[in-house]
Design a protein around this ligand. Structure first.
Ligand code: ZN
Ligand code: ZN
Length: 427
């Protein structure tokens, strides 16, 4: 049995009765302070999201077709498109790093835009498209991995890095990526859980109003006879929750907590921590110019920026490449250990730390994007040539592994043993 009038917080599992009008509300969980997904509407209409998605798709095609930057030195000019950046890494036998850059900057953002359009256009016309569930689950899967805004910052850092070596000419694609970064902010406000609600609205149009279930607010799903779907958030009765039960709306498997969450998070963290050492010790770039060769590590690059007076750049790269991965490793280790011991220590603070890790994790890809653009741009034959080093592979793997680890961690574990919840006034 489904309960469409109930909604569960995706982080701490507290049950709420849905407010009568979902639109225009930004609801926060009264227990852990998370934004309640699916309720948040952010003032966006379906028309506006559709228009921005179409515009983004066109801009993306422009961004892919034209060069991002051009470099001119001694009368020789070299251009680099995003595809050429991926190709340059591939030719340097950095196949995994090339695949990472290709997926995060080309494949996943494009997939998200096409899939969103496939869902939004029929919904706007009052129809539910075929394979709605699978396509929306695809959007939910690829969204955290599309990194257009991080790539944009990577381009800006590459410009500042190159400016002392040669004349840097911004090209069409740079402006397209600037526009895309803004448009993706609008698209990010369109929560996939809102689309699940919208699908229900379209399908039940003219149907009976949902009956109000006499459940009390502010009780956890665990302490009642309910279980909430991890993918779309629909609340089900526990009687329907057998070991192989699936969600009635999105067909995802139903379980109270993600299975094996602690073991998986810990395994991924261990792998990331081991790779963090070669990521900092091995060179991420080899530079050869006029017979001289030089190896650059991440820390060496930061020191170079600092010595040459570019301290804001040194601070940005230090925060993104050194501090963020270390913070992520430390916070996720704390979360795994406290969850493993079933601790009820400072749940609100731990929930805030978890949300911070989810938000900042992607920004560590910055250095990988800077390396790929630099490698594609500096190809002046015997004059100067830059290739990617093994440190780039180790560093990229650390970023991907820590993102997978924070995905594998179930935030409900933080609240599992917290009996007395601090009640806050709903926002
Ligand atoms: Zn909550
Ligand atoms: Zn579901």
């Amino acid at each position: 049995m489904k309960h469409r009038d109930l909604i569960a917080c995706h982080e701490c599992d507290v049950l709420f009765r849905k407010p009568p009008r979902l639109r225009g509300l930004v609801a926060h969980c009264s227990s852990c302070g998370a934004n309640i997904k699916g309720v948040r509407h952010a003032g966006l209409t379906l028309e506006r999201v559709c228009a921005v998605t179409v515009a983004s798709l066109v801009t993306y095609l422009i961004a892919l077709a034209f060069p991002v930057l051009a470099l001119e030195t001694n009368g020789i000019t070299s251009h680099a498109t995003l595809f050429e950046a991926v190709q340059a890494l591939w030719q340097d036998h950095m196949h995994i790093v090339a695949a990472m850059v290709f997926c995060t900057t080309i494949l996943f953002p494009l997939l998200e835009l096409v899939a969103l359009l496939y869902l939004l256009l029929p919904l706007r016309a009052g129809r539910v498209p075929r394979a709605f569930d699978a396509v929306l689950r695809l959007v939910q899967f690829v969204r955290p991995w599309g990194m257009t805004e991080v790539f944009m910052l990577g381009v800006l850092i590459t410009i500042m890095k190159m400016v002392s070596l040669a004349r840097v000419i911004p090209e069409t694609s740079l402006f397209a990526f600037g526009a895309l970064t803004l448009m993706f902010c609008v698209i990010a406000a369109c929560d996939p859980r809102m689309l699940w609600e919208l699908r229900d609205e379209v399908m039940n149009r003219g149907g009976a109003e949902p009956t109000v279930h006499p459940a009390t607010a502010n009780v956890s799903v665990i302490h009642t006879g309910f279980v909430a779907c991890h993918c779309c958030g629909l609340v089900h009765s526990r009687s329907a929750h057998a070991s192989d039960a699936r969600c009635a709306r999105c067909r995802s498997p139903l379980h109270e907590l993600r299975p094996e969450s602690i073991t998986r998070t810990f395994g991924l963290l261990l792998a990331a921590a081991l790779l963090y050492i070669p990521a900092n010790l091995l060179p991420i770039m080899h530079t050869s110019s006029l017979g001289r060769t030089e190896d650059d590590t991440i820390l060496g690059g930061i020191a170079y920026f600092w010595r040459s007076g570019d301290w804001p750049l040194a601070v940005i790269v230090f925060v993104a490449s050194v501090m963020v991965p270390m913070l992520k490793l430390a916070i996720l280790t704390l979360q795994t250990v406290t969850a493993h011991r079933g601790s009820d220590w400072r749940p609100l603070e731990r929930a805030k730390l978890y949300r911070m890790v989810e938000r900042i994790g992607r920004w560590s890809m910055l250095d990988i994007f800077v390396v790929s653009l630099t490698v594609a741009l500096v190809r002046f034959g015997s004059l100067a040539q830059i290739t990617a080093g093994p440190g780039a592979l180790a560093f990229g793997s650390v970023v991907v592994l820590t993102m997978l680890a924070s995905n594998a961690f179930d935030p409900r574990l933080i609240w599992k043993n917290v009996r007395c919840r601090p009640a806050r006034a709903p926002a």
